[in-house]
Structure formats: structure tokens, C-alpha cells
Design a protein around this ligand. Structure first.
Ligand code: HEM
Length: 444
């Protein structure tokens, strides 16, 4: 017999459908934030017959991601994304996860990244150069779009050895649409199933074909010109025993994970820097004279404040603002009994702004003296890369990329952005500004 607390608070639901109708049409992140504002750090509701538990505080988030990880499947919360990414590392619950992760782990260790810091730098320089026409002293960009192009270029160039150039916007658009579509499938239990030929369902299939063609091209290129010293050569070497389907699933997962989240983080980084010119100036002073790095250690040693800015951006705007799990057996989370098969949601976005762990939770204040990871009061209070065995494979890669991107941007440009510092957010699997944000860039 489990010794547990009573049932957590939550909104009353209707018979049969529970709270499922309330979620429909709403931004799912805003919906959960509102519920936590009303009911506190643990909320229970019902989506049809399925109980759903939502946890907003660090200790329970740590329990779900780390302590209880063996009992947790990614489950139905990833069903939509599984349509797009198949059984790749991010989405799979199959036993093959462990062996696939073991194959790829060595390519993403700090020692391995060391060799790639230079190519991340080169890809960033190419992308940053394209932000403005060569002869323009200033100009305007849409930061969500621009940062998507930038991070696509980095993952294509540094991890897959392909120089994307400007002419792959259709691929970015296709992934963008497909990702939004599958995220919506997950958050909206009443959506029309994919086999019904609605306009949106048909468009999804068309965009998926564009994406699959692009991924097949990456695989073809890697096979015809294998360079075992490059990251791309090593990825394909590590995955050489995968069958065609699993190779496709891992490549699209790495590609997608490699740029989408970093693009979201960089979008907020540009906006926050624009609203804090004193921080921008300090990063610029640090980045003065910084040139192509030999290693990731050099990046972190020479650009500690830019790295701190990246961490502070990820604290305020974790791209994966919420994560889902489905327990495989009955378990106790935060003292509450949670039945096997329930939906469990955790909220990095809320925990990382929790006043219990952060003195001024909503203020962007990168600390020049003590880096954020050293200021942590609870390991569940800063989880932008998740935790436990399913911790982000690309964490180190992403930190090097963001640190470099921030430093290289401020070396070249000054910028301002529209609107207030607090942006309205929309969540579609990751967070982004709800409205377009324009930046006015001026060369320095
Ligand atoms: C700022 C950038 C990034 C953020 C915020 C981020 C965040 C995350 C989070 C939160 C997870 C865990 C999801 C969960 O447990 O449900 C994850 C998993 C993953 N990420 Fe990242 N990520 C970033 C960049 C990258 C990059 C650059 C790559 C690859 C080059 C990458 C590859 C992966 C993979 C493969 C997984 C699945 C790991 C597994 O389950 O074994 N990520 N990421």
C-alpha cells in the first residue's frame, strides 16, 4: 500500500470528456500556466478517460526526469512528433534507444565537440554574413526567421557537411509546418485524424515528402563522399548498421533537434540583448579580437560572459518549455500516487522562473562573476536540456554554438528590436514569440 497524499487540485471536468474540451484551440503552454497560477505547483485534470498530472516545481521535475526515469516512457505526449521523427532518439520508447544513444554519445562529448568548434564558427560566419546585403550599413530582419536560417546552416554545415546557402528556405518552411502540425496533433486530442484528406492533412503529407527528400539527399551525399574525419562521416559510420528506416529516423532527429531548439533560444537571445544594451556592450568587449577557435574549451575560456548570457536566455526561455512522460507502472511523484499510463507533464519554463529558487525570477540578469550552473539551488530548477538518461545529446554542441553565435553577432552588429521586453509566447512543441519580432541591425 502506497503512503500518498490526497488527489492534487485541478479544474472540475465534464463527464466522459473530462477537461479535454477546455484545451481545444488554446495555446497549450498558456493553458497549463494559467492552471498552475490557480491551483499551485501540482495540478491534476482528465483528458477524456486519461488522468493528467502537471508539475511546475523543481523537486517533482527532478523526480520525473531523473529519479524515476526507469519508470517513465515518453509515451503519447510524443505520438505526434513520432509521426515526423519516427523511432529516432528523441521520440523512441523502444529498447533500441540505449544502443542508438551509445553509438552517438562519443560524437557529442566535450572532447569530440572540440574538433567541431571551428566548423561551427565557419558556418556561423557564413550565415551572419547573409543577414544583410554586403553593401548595406543597416537593415531590418525578422529574428525568428533569421535565427532559423542561421542554426539550420550550422547543423547542415558542421554536422552534415552541407552548405545550405539561401536556397533551402522551402525545407525550413516544410519542417516548420510539419512540426507545428504534429505538435498540434498532440495537444489537441480532438483533431481530425491524418487519414482524412483535409487541406491541412494533405499539406502535411506534401511537406513531409519535401523533408524526406532532403534527408535522403543528406544520406546520399554522406555515402558518396565519406570523410571519416568530419562529424558527418562519423555520424554515418556510427549508424552504419542501422536499416534504412532507422537511419532516416536518426538523421532527421539529429537534424531537427540540432537546429530547431537552438533557433528558438537564439531568437530570444537577440531580443533580450537588444533590450539590455549594457549586456550587449559587455559581451562585445569580451568578444573583441576573438577569432576562429581551435576548440570548444577555447570558446568557453575566452567567452565566459557570452556563455553566461546563453544560460540566462535558456533559463528565461527554455525552448522545450514543457515535457511529457507516461509512467509504465504506478509510481509516487511529489507524494501523489500516479497510475501507470497517466499523462505526466513537467514545466522547465515555470521552474526556471520560480521565486523559491531564483531571487529575481523574471529579470534577465546574466552574472559576470558566477555562472548560472554554479548558482543553482536545486538541480530541477534549471533543466533546459532535460535530465537523466534522456538528457539532450547535443547540450555541449548547443552551448558552444549559442556562445559563438552571440559573440560573433555582437562583434559585427548593434541592434534594437520592436515591442516590450516581455514577449507574448506561443508553444508549438517549442516556444517562440507569438508575433513577428523585427530587429534593426546596424554594422559596428
Ligand atoms: C539550445 C538548444 C537545445 C535545447 C534547449 C535542447 C533541449 C533538449 C531537451 C529538453 C531534450 C530532452 C527532451 C525530453 O526529455 O523529453 C533534448 C533531447 C535531445 N536533443 Fe536537444 N536541445 C538543444 C540542442 C540540441 C542539438 C544541437 C542537438 C544535436 C546536434 C540535440 C539533440 C538532441 C537529441 C538527439 C535528444 C534526444 C536524446 C535522447 O532521448 O537520448 N539537441 N534536447
Amino acid at each position: 500500500m502506497l503512503d500518498t497524499k490526497a488527489i492534487p487540485p485541478g479544474p472540475p471536468g465534464l463527464p466522459l470528456v473530462g477537461n479535454a474540451l477546455e484545451v481545444r484551440g488554446l495555446d497549450i503552454l498558456q493553458y497549463w500556466i494559467r492552471l498552475h497560477g490557480t491551483y499551485g505547483p501540482v495540478v491534476k485534470l482528465k483528458l477524456g478517460p486519461m488522468p493528467a498530472y502537471s508539475f511546475a516545481a523543481a523537486p517533482e521535475i527532478y523526480e520525473v526526469l531523473v529519479t524515476l526515469n526507469k519508470q517513465m516512457a515518453k509515451g503519447m505526449g510524443y505520438a505526434g512528433l513520432r509521426l515526423l521523427l519516427g523511432e529516432g532518439l528523441i521520440t523512441t520508447d523502444l529498447p533500441q534507444w540505449a544502443s542508438q544513444r551509445q553509438k552517438l554519445n562519443p560524437l557529442f562529448t566535450p572532447a569530440a565537440i572540440e574538433g567541431y568548434a571551428g566548423s561551427v564558427h565557419d558556418a556561423l560566419i557564413r550565415a551572419i554574413r547573409e543577414l544583410l546585403p554586403e553593401d548595406a550599413q543597416s537593415g531590418e530582419i525578422d529574428i525568428t526567421d533569421a535565427m532559423t536560417r542561421l542554426t539550420m546552416r550550422v547543423i547542415s554545415g558542421a554536422a552534415f557537411g552541407v552548405d545550405l546557402g539561401q536556397n533551402h528556405k522551402h525545407v525550413a518552411d516544410a519542417i516548420n509546418f510539419a512540426f507545428g502540425f504534429v505538435a498540434d496533433l498532440t495537444s489537441n486530442p480532438l483533431r481530425i485524424p491524418l487519414f482524412v484528406p483535409t487541406t491541412r492533412n494533405r499539406r502535411y503529407k506534401q511537406e513531409l515528402a519535401v523533408i524526406n527528400d532532403f534527408i535522403a539527399g543528406l544520406i546520399r551525399d554522406a555515402r558518396t563522399s565519406p570523410d571519416t574525419r568530419s562529424m558527418s562521416g562519423q555520424i554515418f559510420e556510427a549508424l552504419k548498421e542501422n536499416d534504412e528506416k532507422l537511419l532516416r529516423d536518426e538523421v532527421i532527429s539529429l537534424y531537427f533537434a540540432g537546429y530547431e531548439t537552438t533557433a528558438r533560444a537564439m531568437t530570444f537571445a537577440l531580443h533580450l540583448l537588444a533590450k539590455h544594451p549594457e549586456v550587449m556592450a559587455r559581451v562585445r568587449a569580451e568578444a573583441q579580437g576573438f577569432t576562429r577557435p581551435e576548440s570548444d574549451i577555447e570558446v568557453m575560456r575566452r567567452l565566459p560572459f557570452a556563455a553566461e548570457v546563453a544560460s540566462e536566455v535558456l533559463r528565461l526561455y527554455p525552448p522545450v518549455a514543457m515535457m511529457a512522460r507516461q509512467p509504465k507502472e504506478d509510481c509516487v511523484i511529489g507524494g501523489y500516487e500516479v497510475k501507470a499510463g497517466s499523462l505526466v507533464v513537467v514545466h522547465p519554463y515555470l521552474a526556471q522562473r520560480d521565486p523559491a529558487y531564483w531571487p529575481e525570477p523574471n529579470i534577465f540578469a546574466p552574472n559576470p562573476d558566477t555562472p548560472l550552473p554554479k548558482r543553482l539551488k536545486h538541480r530541477g530548477a534549471f533543466v533546459p536540456f532535460g535530465g537523466g538518461p534522456r538528457l539532450c545529446l547535443g547540450k555541449q554542441f548547443a552551448m558552444v554554438e549559442m556562445t559563438l553565435a552571440i559573440a560573433l553577432m555582437v562583434q559585427r552588429f548593434d541592434w534594437t528590436t520592436d515591442g516590450s521586453e516581455d514577449l507574448a509566447l506561443s508553444f508549438n512543441g517549442t516556444i517562440r514569440p507569438a508575433e513577428q519580432v523585427k530587429a534593426k541591425l546596424t554594422r559596428v
